[in-house]
Ligand binder design. Structure first.
Ligand SMILES: Cc1cc2nc3c(=O)[nH]c(=O)nc-3n(C[C@H](O)[C@H](O)[C@H](O)COP(=O)(O)OP(=O)(O)OC[C@H]3O[C@@H](n4cnc5c(N)ncnc54)[C@H](O)[C@@H]3O)c2cc1C
Ligand SMILES: NC(=O)c1ccc[n+]([C@@H]2O[C@H](COP(=O)([O-])OP(=O)(O)OC[C@H]3O[C@@H](n4cnc5c(N)ncnc54)[C@H](O)[C@@H]3O)[C@@H](O)[C@H]2O)c1
Length: 469
């Protein structure tokens, strides 16, 4: 007889939803995490602090109001780290409280410590000193241990001038210049925030473009905006070393360039947190990036052990981790599982301005020889766009001329990560652009952009039809 039916390792989005789903199905559930990490990377160092910081930056700098009140408009002149972290800490502590309360009211036992396998059903829990505090046994185990920032051995991180994306939240003052290594989502989101705060940011990326999975036109628009905030991009460049000097840093690139800056932030990928788990005792192994391989229902190679969230790799989002957790718990508890529809998974990038999309990009459709028509709505032509002072935002629909279904929805600007869900829902229900043309939307709203873009696509398809019969 096992102590628990389901034991979840890690209390990030994947672990939380797995634990609660199993508890709702009447199972005896425990969740293990370190005392200071309840809520995982998501709440403590990743999604929530970075998104709250962005909100604080937008509010305090007055950036989103400058189209209305002029380029010199600011809510506060000397923004300090204290101003920013007050809001972040407030939201983090509230969120931790919500998670603790949800776990306890669903009778999920919280076990404090770091878990490691002793055998496939038994885990040893240890405290910060590494000493075992207790042992737990479980019939099913769900691993949701997430990731940590990858740190090259050649770089000496001191947490003050040379930092990773966890440590960036603990800077003691705002840098006047900064090098961001890696133009992935983390690098570009933080580059946007610091640039908005007035930091002179240089982004170094070894690939020849950034956010290559996004629509090219939208990435170009973002680059234009970031350059306008004095961001310098160094594409096709690799960082070879970072030197720490009195009063600053010097970043050396393979091409021989040297970039001086107050701070260097590494955002060059993440590493799965599996080393402490002693996976071999459970008959499992991780790959060189610490990731665990799973099948369609998130089961590992050992039948009763599941893995979800960032530790299994792509797409490594809080949004998808939660759903993976729920599905893994259902599978572990013998419930029917509906597979995730990957083609309907939205992507939200909280740059300044923000980006969001669902479905295919123009490049992907062209590469697959799938014909499409484009319908565009520009925020400056919408009354709500004028009211909120967003003249650059846009919504782009990619429409199949054959059956009028939406193939992709790409949004740039205010509210992008919210309004993308209208397109996602329509796509999920198999709706067509005709539905959008015939719909009445609230006025004045940004959602109205769907109707404007649908009409644009329809007009273009009519123009083609006139010639092709
Ligand atoms: C800066 C940043 C910004 C992000 N922004 C977004 C965003 O805007 N939207 C979005 O969807 N995603 C975002 N993400 C990604 C998102 O945070 C992750 O996808 C999500 O947190 C992964 O959830 P998870 O369940 O895999 O676990 P995590 O949140 O990674 O948590 C894992 C937990 O497991 C615990 N753990 C690890 N090993 C053990 C062990 N041996 N024993 C016990 N406990 C252990 C850890 O202490 C940790 O608490 C961002 C990430 C970062 C870093
Ligand atoms: N809004 C969101 O959804 C959101 C926000 C932040 C993070 N995340 C998640 O976090 C994960 C990790 O993000 P990330 O940005 O750290 O990783 P990433 O792997 O996406 O990007 C790292 C980038 O760094 C570059 N790079 C690596 N070494 C380099 C070097 N020496 N010199 C120059 N460039 C170098 C790589 O080419 C790559 O483009 C992502 O997969 C993402 O899913 C999501």
């Amino acid at each position: 007889m096992f102590e628990y039916d389901v034991l979840v390792i890690g209390s990030g989005p994947g672990g939380q939803k797995a634990a609660i789903a199993a508890a709702k199905l009447g199972r005896r559930v425990a969740i293990v995490d370190r005392r200071d990490m309840i809520g995982g990377v998501c709440i403590n160092t990743g999604t929530i602090p970075s998104k709250t910081l962005r909100e604080a930056v937008l509010y305090l700098t007055g950036l989103s109001q400058r189209e209305m009140y002029g380029q010199s408009y600011r809510l506060k002149d000397d923004i300090t780290v204290g101003d920013l972290s007050a809001r972040t800490q407030h939201v983090i502590s509230r969120e931790i409280d919500v998670i603790r309360s949800q776990l306890s009211r669903n009778r999920v036992t919280t076990v404090t410590g770091t878990a490691k396998f002793l055998d496939p059903h038994t885990l040893s829990i240890s405290g910060p000193d590494g000493l075992e505090t207790r042992r737990v046994t479980a019939e099913k185990v769900i691993i949701a241990t997430g990731t940590r920032p990858a740190r090259p051995d050649s770089v000496d991180f001191d947490g003050r001038t040379v930092v990773d994306s966890d440590q960036i939240l603990n800077l003691d003052k705002l840098p006047s210049s900064m090098v961001v290594v890696g133009a992935g989502v983390i690098g570009i989101e933080y580059a946007s925030m610091f640039a908005a705060l007035g930091t002179k940011v240089t982004v170094v990326e070894r690939r020849d473009r950034m956010l290559e999975f996004c629509d090219l036109e939208i990435v170009e628009a973002l680059k234009y905006h970031l350059r306008d905030l004095a961001v310098t991009f160094r594409f096709r460049e690799s960082v070879v070393s970072v030197e720490r000097h009195n009063g600053g840093t010097l970043t050396l690139l393979e091409s021989g360039k040297k970039i001086p800056a107050d701070t260097v932030m590494y955002s060059a990928g993440r590493q799965g947190l599996t080393a402490a788990l002693a996976l071999e005792a459970a008959g499992l192994a991780a790959d060189s990036r610490g990731r665990i391989k799973v099948g369609a229902d998130f089961r590992t190679e050992v039948d009763h052990i599941y893995a979800v969230g960032d530790v299994i790799g792509f797409p490594a989002l809080a949004a998808t981790s939660m759903e993976q957790g729920r599905l893994a718990a259902y599978s572990a508890c013998g419930e029917e599982v509906h597979a995730m529809r990957a083609e309907l998974m939205p992507i939200g990038i909280y740059t300044i301005p923000e980006i969001s999309y669902v479905g295919k990009t123009e490049d992907e459709l062209t590469e697959s020889s799938i014909p499409f028509e484009v319908g565009i709505a520009r925020y400056r032509e919408l009354a709500r766009g004028q009211i909120v002072g967003d003249s650059y935002g846009m919504l782009k629909l990619l429409v199949s001329p054959e059956d009028h279904k939406l193939l992709g929805v790409h949004v740039f600007g205010t509210g992008a990560t919210e309004i993308v869900h209208i397109g996602q829902t329509l796509m999920g229900c198999g709706g067509t652009v005709d539905y959008l043309v015939d719909s009445v939307f609230n006025y004045p709203t940004l959602s109205e952009s769907y109707k404007v873009a649908a009409l644009d696509a329809m007009n273009k398809m009519r123009a083609v039809a006139r010639f092709s019969g």
